[in-house]
Design a protein around this ligand. Structure first.
Ligand SMILES: C[S@@+](CC[C@H](N)C(=O)[O-])C[C@H]1O[C@@H](n2cnc3c(N)ncnc32)[C@H](O)[C@@H]1O
Length: 421
């Protein structure tokens, strides 16, 4: 394909820029660059990468990442006898002299990533950004997945949950939402974009603030460094924040609120007045030690009667009252014999409980350990929480088509609601 014929507004080019901004692995970018050039990285593609990726983001992107990308790009072009654009060589030479080798690997280094949600044509729900048809969210993330108790980096389930929210904005708009284990805050920022807010959080939570208050998205995390990073990300996205229980000063009707909430020390009185319509969580089911506390928090948030059964028979025992949980077809996840099973929705049209005024939780998870997940199901059963696998039943557009480093097909989405006895 001659470079003059390149349509740089077409999807492959948008994907290339999006992948660069999200710091996708250089090999993924090279593959996308080849797509743009009809199979090879032509002069036109190189110019585009220089102008629309590297030069545009200069000073904002993580330099060691760009250096690594340039290196691989140059090797790729030279390997097929192509001519490398001078600017790409020069930029690489600049990094060679200005960056030390170990700058790339520093464990605590943070960098800015931009997650671009690209709305496809014929996506009627994409009311979030009808003109540009893309939503770009800057996030400060750690390069070390474990920093801040894992809360300073981005996890696949939050990408999945964000796609779900942006694909079904009406399910979340005008609903009060509360997230546990928010991490870098992507889910909360997406909620703010679909204007999840309603004056349903009580004045007691909001420090005697004016009655017309309409927070709201409440984002929480148990790790203080993650919470600090989360607040920074909300500022980067121009979302007004304030801490729970402090004086309300901002008049933003779509205020996002941050709250330090370690599940272990969450007190009933602190949560009892919060009546969210929707509770969310992404990749929060992984540490068995935390799960009883997470279940307690979910129960307090989902049970409007606020009568959490304190006297549980401990650990992973099956509930005497309910036997098997809620029937449903066995799925891959029901791997633990004699333990609680996961219900699945019987028909493909998922109708959310929240529409009937009953709060619901949406928890997205990569099931890394089937026993841990089984333990979660058992604890949920003991707490009278009905867990239903709705992964295949919700509408979710592929809004991150350029993202190859996260496997969203590994993510399961469950809905959880309190069952009245
Ligand atoms: C794997 S990260 C997921 C972060 C984010 N939801 C995402 O998907 O990108 C787990 C998050 O849960 C939080 N977390 C883990 N254990 C917690 C606990 N016991 N109490 C409160 N938050 C906890 C961590 O701080 C972290 O932010």
């Amino acid at each position: 394909m001659a470079d003059e014929e390149l349509d740089t507004t077409a999807p492959p080019w948008l994907r290339l820029v999006a992948a660069f901004l999200a710091m996708e692995p250089p090999d993924s970018l090279i593959s996308l660059a080849r797509d743009c050039g009809g199979g090879s990285i032509t002069d036109g593609v190189q110019s585009f990468i220089w102008e629309h990726c590297i030069r545009k983001a200069e000073g904002k992107c993580h330099a060691p990442y760009v250096k690594n990308l340039l290196k691989k790009l140059i090797v790729e072009i030279e390997s097929i006898g192509g001519e490398v654009l001078d600017e790409l060589y020069e930029q690489y030479a600049h990094y060679m002299t200005s960056l030390k080798e170990n700058d790339t690997t520093k464990g605590s280094a943070k960098s800015l990533k931009w997650v671009s949600f690209l709305f496809p044509d014929g996506c009627p729900e994409a009311t979030v950004c009808p003109k540009s048809r893309k939503l770009v969210i800057p996030l400060q993330c750690s390069l070390n997945m474990l920093e801040g108790d894992t809360g300073c980096s981005l996890w696949p389930s939050s990408l999945f949950l964000s796609e779900f929210i942006l694909s079904c904005p009406k399910m979340f708009s005008s609903k009060s939402c509360f997230e546990v284990g928010s991490g870098v805050g992507l889910v909360g920022i997406c909620l703010a974009h679909v204007k999840a807010s309603k004056a349903s959080f009580p004045p007691s939570l909001l420090s005697l603030s004016p009655p017309k208050l309409s927070v709201l998205v409440i984002l929480t995390d148990g790790d203080l460094s993650s919470l600090a990073n989360l607040k920074l990300n909300l500022e980067l996205n121009h979302l007004g924040t304030r801490s729970a229980f402090s004086e309300r000063t901002i008049k933003d009707p779509h205020l996002v609120q941050c709250m330090h909430l370690p599940w272990e020390s969450a007190v009933e009185s602190e949560l009892q007045d919060i009546m969210p319509d929707i509770v969310l969580g992404a990749d929060v089911i992984y540490n068995p030690l935390c799960l009883p506390h997470l279940i307690r928090v979910l129960s307090l948030l989902l049970n409007r009667e606020k009568t959490y059964p304190h006297e549980q028979n401990g650990g992973c025992q099956r509930s005497q009252l309910h036997g098997e949980v809620h029937g449903g077809d066995d799925k891959q996840l029901n791997g633990c014999e004699g333990k609680a099973r996961l219900a699945t929705t019987p028909n493909p049209t998922y109708s959310p409980h929240v529409s009937k005024g009953v709060p619901v939780a949406y928890i997205a998870s990569v099931i890394r350990n089937i026993e841990t997940f089984g333990y979660f199901l058992n604890l949920a059963e003991q707490a009278n929480l009905k867990v239903t696998d709705i992964t295949e039943n919700v509408k979710r557009f592929d809004l991150l088509p350029y993202m190859q480093s996260y496997h969203l097909s590994d993510v399961r989405l469950v809905s959880i609601s309190y069952t009245v006895q």
